[in-house]
Design a protein around this ligand. Structure first.
Ligand code: SAH
Length: 363
C-alpha cells in the first residue's frame, strides 16, 4: 500500500470501492468521483477485492476462447476502426468455410472448446451462410460453444443463428451516451439500434457480451459512469473492454491511446459491479503494454482470447495499429498465453466455460 492510503488522502476512494463491493453498485456521481480519484493505492485496493470475487465464482481459472477473424470487409464506417469502409489502406480478406473449419480443427486439437467468429459486417456472409457455418461447427464439435461477433443485425437474423446453434454473441455497445456515440460513428448508425440489438440477443437466449473502448476519443468520466450503469441494468454475461488504440488512415489516427491504468482500474470496477461476469484481458491490453494481460488477470479479468486465424491473414485484421500475435501460429499462442497466465498466479483452462447462470440452468 502506498503512503496515500496511510495518510488517509484517498479515504473517499477506498470507501467508494467498499460500497461498490458490498452493494454491487454506485450512482452516477459516485462513479464519476471514483474514476477521478484513481491512483496507485486505489487501483491496488480495487484489484485485490476484484481478485477475491473472481476466485469466489470461477476459482483461479482463466478461460480460453479461440478467436477466428473471418473477414476484414466491412460496410460500416466507425471512425475508430482500421477496417472501416473508407480506409483505403485496409487489406481485405475473407476466410472460406474450409479455412474456418480448419481453424476450428486446429483449436479443437489444442483443447479449445469455444470458437469465436469475429469479423467486419461483410454482406458476403449472408444469414444462410452464417447459419450453415454455425451448424457445421456444432455438428462436428457438439461439445463446443460458438460465439458470434459480426455486428448489428435484425432480430430475425440473430434468431436464425441461434436456431442454427450459436450460443453466445459479443457486441460492444461502445458507449451508452447517444451524443458520444454520434462522435464515434457515421450518422447512419445509432446508439439506440446498437442497444436494441443487445436486448434482442438476450431475449433470444444468447449469452451476451457488451463493452467499451477505454480512452475512446471524446470519452468523459460521465460517459464511463453511464456505461457502468447500463451494464448493471443490462446484466451481460460477458464484458469486453480494452484501451482505444489509434488506427492509421482513420479520422482518429492522431488521437491519444487509452491508458493501461484506466483500463485495469475499470476491469476491477466491472468485476465488483458484476461479480460473476466473464471478463477478457484483451489483445488491445496486451498491445499497449507487454504484460498488460497479466496485469489484467490480477485486476479481475478471467478470460483470454488466443488467435486461431491463419497466420497469413492476421496482419490484415488490423482494427488498430501494432496489434500483437500477428506473426505466430495458433500453437505458439497457446504456449505463450499459458505461461503468462501461470506466471500471474492463475490457471489456463480450455473447457467451454459458460457463464455461471447458464451452467446452473436458471439462465
Ligand atoms: N464488427 C464487429 C466486430 C468489431 S471488432 C462489431 O461491430 O461488433 C471488435 C471491437 O474492437 C469493437 O467492438 C471495438 O470496440 C474494438 N475496436 C475497434 N477499433 C478499435 C481501436 N482502434 N482500438 C481499440 N479497439 C478497437
Amino acid at each position: 500500500m502506498s503512503n496515500v492510503n496511510e495518510s488517509g488522502c484517498n479515504r473517499e476512494g477506498f470507501e467508494l470501492i467498499d460500497r461498490l463491493e458490498s452493494e454491487g453498485k454506485l450512482n452516477k456521481n459516485e462513479f464519476v468521483r471514483l474514476l477521478s480519484l484513481r491512483d496507485g493505492s486505489l487501483m491496488e485496493y480495487a484489484a485485490k477485492k476484484a481478485d477475491a470475487l473472481r476466485r469466489k465464482y470461477y476459482d483461479d481459472k482463466v478461460f480460453t476462447r479461440g478467436l477466428i477473424e473471418v473477414s476484414s470487409y466491412c460496410k460500416n464506417d466507425c471512425l475508430y476502426c482500421g477496417l472501416r469502409r473508407s480506409s483505403r489502406d485496409a487489406q481485405r480478406y475473407r476466410l472460406s468455410d474450409d479455412e474456418i473449419m480448419a481453424c476450428c480443427k486446429e483449436g479443437y486439437e489444442m483443447g479449445y472448446r469455444t470458437f469465436v467468429l469475429q469479423g467486419g459486417e461483410d454482406a458476403f456472409f449472408t444469414d444462410e451462410h452464417v447459419c450453415s457455418l454455425v451448424s457445421s461447427i456444432k455438428e462436428k464439435y457438439p461439445d463446443c460453444a460458438v460465439t458470434l461477433s459480426i455486428g448489428e443485425k435484425e432480430r430475425d437474423s440473430y434468431q436464425a443463428y441461434f436456431d442454427a446453434g450459436a450460443d453466445r454473441y459479443l457486441l460492444r455497445h461502445e458507449t451508452y451516451d447517444p451524443e458520444h456515440y454520434k462522435k464515434l460513428h457515421p450518422k447512419e448508425m445509432s446508439r439506440d439500434h446498437r442497444i436494441k440489438c443487445l436486448y434482442d440477443l438476450k431475449e433470444i437466449g444468447y449469452q451476451v457480451g457488451c463493452g467499451i473502448m477505454v480512452g475512446a476519443p471524446y470519452q468523459t468520466f460521465e460517459n464511463i459512469a453511464d456505461d457502468l450503469l447500463f451494464m448493471k441494468e443490462f446484466k451481460p454475461h460477458m464484458v469486453g473492454i480494452g484501451p482505444f488504440i489509434p488506427a492509421h488512415d482513420t479520422p482518429f489516427a492522431s488521437f491519444k491511446q487509452g491508458t493501461l491504468e484506466e483500463t485495469l482500474f475499470l476491469l476491477s470496477i466491472i468485476r465488483l459491479l458484476l461479480p460473476d461476469v466473464l471478463l477478457p484481458a484483451t489483445t488491445a491490453l496486451g498491445t499497449i503494454n507487454p504484460i498488460g494481460r497479466e496485469l489484467g488477470f490480477k485486476a479481475g479479468a478471467n478470460v483470454v482470447m488466443p488467435n486461431l486465424s491463419p497466420t497469413s491473414v492476421r496482419k490484415k485484421y488490423a482494427i488498430y495499429d501494432n496489434k500483437i500475435c500477428t506473426e505466430e501460429g495458433a500453437g505458439d499462442c497457446k504456449g505463450c498465453l499459458s505461461g503468462r497466465v501461470t506466471n500471474s498466479g492463475y490457471r489456463l483452462v480450455t473447457e467451454r466455460g459458460d457463464h455461471i447462470t447458464k451452467t446452473s440452468g436458471d439462465s
